[in-house]
Design a protein around this ligand. Structure first.
Ligand code: DGY
Length: 359
């Protein structure tokens, strides 16, 4: 090889090293707010480079650098948020103006790894020109399973039974009967994706009828043979139901919706299940209804506040079954949520339409 050729090859190599440094610095940074987010999200964000390496331009745009928060606190998020282009938000910590200001104007995309977005000020984020996505649908089955689990556990006194065994107070002559789901009337408040998935599951339990309420009649209702009860007539649903499932998003309209008046209309034998958000329920009113025998039992995956303090009265009641907001907490569901969030982020950074944008 001639000297000139050697010089040419060396300059190409040096050029490539410099280019790769420039590219590295140009990579959009994505902050992942929880170390439990399945690896598939970070892998997708980083690996899209292998699909697009054919062009240096695409390489720059599509390959992201990820930073993962190890200790999910606002302080730690604050200390890593500066300069990021996208956030993979897998935390119930609110994304407030302090965090948005700290991030900086290059923040272009917020991927929420949740179906609910009540912890986010959507209007403010949109005002700042940041795109937002969430993860509807992929968690419907897991959350509906949780609702059915809580309904059965509460109606069949799971907590009381376990305590009796553990405390040596199991007395076979004390029957402590539960309530049947077979033959029951079920009321679903909010027949969205999760509400419909709950209804589908309950049909297998041979319920007598399914009623649902909401803003409008849904085609899914017909498919499930469920009867629509308009909102202004929802008293009849509350009064007739043996099981009530709450499956609505938290909004100004739904906040505190299940209050004293609501519980006073329920049957004394009825079971109340909430897998949506704790704030939909006036928790003091629920505790009163459970203590006073106004309703039979409750199964809650969500409560106020979260985490619930260990001295909260809810924990002292025998007729409450609680889960620590685990509705979507299965391996496959969280993987599907992580994947969808990463895919949305990639689309957002590429300037393409999001798969599941928040309207
Ligand atoms: C959600 O995604 O909104 C669920 O509450 C998570 O369990």
């Amino acid at each position: 090889m001639t000297y000139v050729n050697k010089l040419f090859l060396v300059s190409i190599a040096v050029g490539l090293v410099i280019a790769s440094k420039i590219v590295d610095n140009a990579k959009p940074k994505v902050l992942i707010t929880n170390s439990y987010v399945p690896n598939i999200a970070a892998d997708l964000l980083k690996e899209c480079v292998t699909n697009c390496i054919i062009s240096l331009h695409l390489f720059i745009i599509f390959s992201c650098e990820t930073i993962t928060i190890q200790n999910e606190t606002k302080e730690e998020i604050l200390s890593h948020i500066r300069g990021v282009s996208a956030l993979l938000w897998a935390t119930h910590i609110g994304l407030d103006n302090e965090l948005l200001d700290a991030a900086g104007p290059q923040l272009k995309m917020l991927g929420l790894m949740s179906a609910g977005y009540n912890h986010i000020d959507v209007a403010e984020i949109k005002k700042r020109g940041i795109k937002i996505s969430n993860t509807p649908k992929v968690l419907n089955a897991a959350v509906a399973d949780t609702a059915v689990l809580l309904a059965l556990a509460a109606s069949r006194r799971l907590r009381e039974g376990r305590v009796l065994i553990e405390s040596g107070r199991w007395n076979p002559s004390d029957w402590l009967l539960g309530q049947d789901i077979a033959g029951s009337t079920v009321g679903i408040i909010g027949l969205g994706g999760i509400g419909s998935a709950i209804a589908r599951r309950l049909l297998a339990f041979e319920v007598k009828q399914i009623l649902y309420t909401g803003h409008r009649e849904k085609p899914e209702g017909k498919e499930l043979d469920a009867k629509f009860v308009p909102l202004n007539e929802s008293d009849s649903l509350i009064k007739e139901s043996d099981f009530i499932f709450v499956s609505v998003p938290l909004t100004n309209e739904t906040e505190g919706m299940c209050n004293d008046e609501f519980f006073s209309k329920m049957k004394k034998t009825a079971v109340f299940v909430n897998t949506s958000r704790g704030q939909v329920v006036d928790q003091k009113a629920l505790v009163k209804a459970l203590k006073g025998g106004q309703i039979f039992a409750a199964g809650l995956d969500v409560m106020t506040p979260e985490p619930l303090p260990v001295n909260d009265e809810l924990l002292t009641l025998p007729n409450v079954v609680l889960l620590p907001h685990w509705g979507s907490a299965t391996v496959k569901t969280r993987e599907a949520m992580a994947k969808l969030t990463a895919e949305n982020i990639i689309k957002g950074l590429k300037g393409e339409p999001l798969i599941t944008p928040i309207p």
